[in-house]
Write a protein that binds this ligand. Structure first.
Ligand code: C2E
Ligand code: CA
Ligand code: CA
Ligand code: CA
Length: 279
């Protein structure tokens, strides 16, 4: 038994080294990903539930790793956050999303609000507001076409600092929304001091919406809270007509999910704008 225990230990130590090595290799690769042009953005349409029209898109980053192929953000954003590469990656995402929004407008499409995810370390960057202003100016994009998505946990860490920064962004004309709402621990009292225009119902509450009375209650509560605080409310992860119908019936304003479209390369967005009657 002793022998086995020892072997097990070695086995685990070996496994841990492998993962740690992998992690360090990915972190190292991430440092070059921006310069080596290995990142790209896909865009997922956001649909207005009343009109059935696409009014915006969310930019979602993808990493084309030279050896490992496409890596999803859940696997590298946390590493980039840990190593600090997220600041450079986030800046690239912001600039690229603004450039693309401008390109769609220049091509004569109805203007879309482009949403960009902002991670905690990026939000804490002293130069965030200046970086956003630069990105808009360089893209010649009006601030009203940019939205930033932040999570509850991000803004609740230091409410005072987050409020100040968000007020600066709001003063520039940028919309702010709270992502994954309901999964963190926001103080509802604090929520009203933030200049937020939209709450996003997390997809974990949408998944079982057709069957789970609890999830139905949560979704309805978030919709009603949003409206009482004069915000709009969007549901993410909408995959079925049942989910959409439930959300529409209870007054949810907007939706995003595979039912309408997966995230797609920018070239496919114009076609989706045209088929956007009755979702
Ligand atoms: P998120 O911001 O909550 O984005 C929603 C995720 O749900 C996306 O995964 C999207 O592809 C996926 N999704 C969309 N519709 C559906 C649906 O109907 N069903 C299901 N099951 N999933 C759906 P993705 O693209 O893998 O991104 C994962 C997370 O990575 C994002 O979650 C966000 O937190 C982060 N992320 C992505 N891009 C960026 C970025 O540019 N910057 C930062 N900081 N984070 C990013
Ligand atoms: Ca998001
Ligand atoms: Ca989300
Ligand atoms: Ca999420």
């Amino acid at each position: 038994a002793k022998e086995l225990g020892k072997n097990n230990c070695q086995f685990y130590a070996h496994e841990m080294n492998a993962t740690l090595e992998q992690k360090l290799a990915l972190m190292d690769g991430l440092r070059r990903a921006v310069d080596d042009q290995q990142l790209r953005l896909v865009y997922q349409p956001k649909v207005d539930l009343q009109s059935g029209h696409v009014f915006g898109v969310e930019a979602l980053v993808r990493w084309e790793h030279p050896e490992r192929g496409q890596i999803r953000p859940d696997q590298f954003i946390p590493l980039a956050e840990e190593s600090g590469s997220i600041v450079a990656i986030g800046e690239w995402v912001l600039r690229e999303a603004c450039r693309q929004a401008r390109a769609w407008q220049d091509a004569g499409h109805a203007p879309l609000v482009v949403s960009v995810n902002v991670s905690p370390r990026q939000f804490d960057d002293r130069r965030l507001v200046a970086r956003v202003a630069d990105a808009l100016r360089d893209a010649r994009l009006d601030a009203c076409w940019l939205e930033l998505e932040v999570t509850e946990s991000l803004i609740m860490r230091d409410v005072g600092q987050a409020v100040d920064k968000m007020r600066e962004l709001e003063a520039m004309g940028i919309a702010l929304s709270i992502d994954d709402f309901g999964t963190g621990y926001s103080s509802l009292a604090a929520l009203k001091s933030f200049p937020i225009s939209r709450l996003k119902i997390d997809k974990s509450f949408v998944r079982d919406l057709a069957h789970s009375a609890d999830d139905q209650a949560i979704a309805r509560a978030i919709i009603s809270l949003s409206h009482q605080l004069q915000m709009r409310v969007i549901a993410e992860g909408v995959e079925t007509e049942q989910q959409r119908d439930f959300l529409a019936q209870y007054g949810c304003d907007e939706m995003q999910g595979y039912l309408f479209s997966k995230p797609v390369p920018p070239g496919e967005i114009p076609t989706l704008l045209e088929r956007a009657v009755a979702p």
